[in-house]
Design a protein around this ligand. Structure first.
Ligand code: NDP
Ligand code: 13P
Length: 336
């Protein structure tokens, strides 16, 4: 725990639900911030590996320092927790919360750490929490942060959002440590939308690179993609300045420019015409489909999202999508 008068006292019992790359990295981050950490991984092999000081399936080559109590018993993980971090993939959140529901202590904050929109329902993840755990305040942690960077203790900045600004500030203070700087926000929806939609554009950026369309096309796609992100954000009530921040522009910059991003890597394979099966989690795949549906239903102009969804469902090729995007009617740039 580092000093500074805006830092709250530490020593919470933090339950981290999800033993993948991000759950493991956040468990380490919480440990370094001075908390008592229990990590729930449903796979006993992951638990055994973390006990040995590694998570080779999800964080190969990274040493897991001692102190995290790993368990595949979700009840034990949640017993007496002061705070819960939900770190399963977005499409698995509902199932994981259903398993956790009876064991989450009343009124403790539930912090969403996944980035996505539920594909079947169009629900934002906060709505799923509010539905399953109505007495637990919901927060979201998002921003440009590769699990490997955080696990290695490299300097990283994220944003922690909750509707209650005081709760967001308290969580941000408690989670911050020497190399994890947490900003706070009361724009929960804005932070969620930024994190969810950037994954779709990271796939698009990978596809542009994979199809060798050039750096100019890449910059155009990211810029116009950001316009679409802001349009959809506005439709959900997100504040524009939130989307200009870490969860939104910040995460777009990171994941649209690095093959370290699994979404970018997925798009790269797509653009190169390589097989997609067996690739790691790419949250942008289900989110593209539901974001395209939301845009169509709400009559939001989102041609890049729509194109990515069509490429992913095999309706059009990358080249056909690019051609369609380039021949759309001309317009003023400031029409957002
Ligand atoms: N990796 C990163 O750099 C970052 C990831 N995120 C976000 O965090 C979320 C999780 O990503 P990440 O950890 O990287 O994904 P991984 O693919 O690395 O791990 C997913 C984990 O979730 C577990 N899981 C899946 N379904 C369930 C379920 N129903 N109940 C309990 N556990 C389940 C998996 O368990 P099992 O092994 O048994 O399948 C696995 O441990 C995503 O939304 C991602 O966008 C956000 C910021 C950074
Ligand atoms: O969200 C992330 C970094 O902020 C991780 O991105 P990927 O899931 O694309 O690897």
């Amino acid at each position: 725990m580092i000093g500074g008068e805006n830092r709250a006292p530490s020593g919470w019992r933090v339950a981290v639900l999800g033993g993948g790359a991000w759950g493991t990295a956040l468990a380490l981050a919480m440990l370094r911030a001075g908390h008592f950490v229990r990590l729930y991984a449903r796979d006993p092999e992951t638990v055994a590996a973390i006990d040995r000081g590694e998570n080779p399936r999800y964080l190969p080559g990274i040493a897991i320092e001692p102190g995290i109590v790993a368990t595949s018993d979700i009840k034990a993980a949640l017993d007496g927790a002061d705070c819960v971090l939900a770190v399963a993939p977005a499409q698995a959140l509902r199932a994981m919360l259903a398993a956790a529901k009876d064991h989450v202590p009343n009124a403790v904050p539930l912090v969403l750490c996944a980035k996505g929109i539920e594909r079947d329902t169009g629900a934002l993840l906060s709505a799923i929490v509010e539905n399953i755990l109505p007495t637990n305040p919901v927060a979201a942690l998002s921003g440009p942060s590769f699990a490997t960077d955080v696990a290695r203790g490299l300097p990283t900045a994220v944003v922690v959002a909750a509707r209650d600004a005081d709760l967001a500030a308290d969580l941000a203070a408690r989670f911050s440590a020497e190399n994890l700087r947490c900003y706070s926000s009361d724009d929960l929806i804005g932070v969620e939308i930024g994190g969810a939609l950037k994954n779709v554009f990271a796939i698009a950026a990978g596809a542009v690179t994979g199809a060798s369309l050039g750096a100019s096309a890449q910059a155009a796609m990211v810029t116009r993609g950001f316009v679409e992100l802001r349009r959809i954000g506005a439709a959900f009530g997100a504040r524009p300045e939130t989307l200009m921040g870490l969860s939104g522009l910040g995460d777009l910059l990171l994941t649209c420019s690095s093959a370290q991003s699994r979404n970018f890597a997925y798009g790269l394979a797509l653009g190169q015409g390589k097989p997609l099966s067996g690739l790691p989690l790419a949250e942008g795949v289900p989110t593209a489909a539901i974001a395209a549906r939301i845009a169509a239903e709400r009559q939001i102009d989102a041609p890049i999202i729509t194109a990515i969804a069509a490429i992913l469902d095999g309706t059009v090729t990358v080249r056909q999508a690019v051609s369609a995007l380039m021949t759309r009617p001309l317009k003023t740039e400031t029409d957002i």
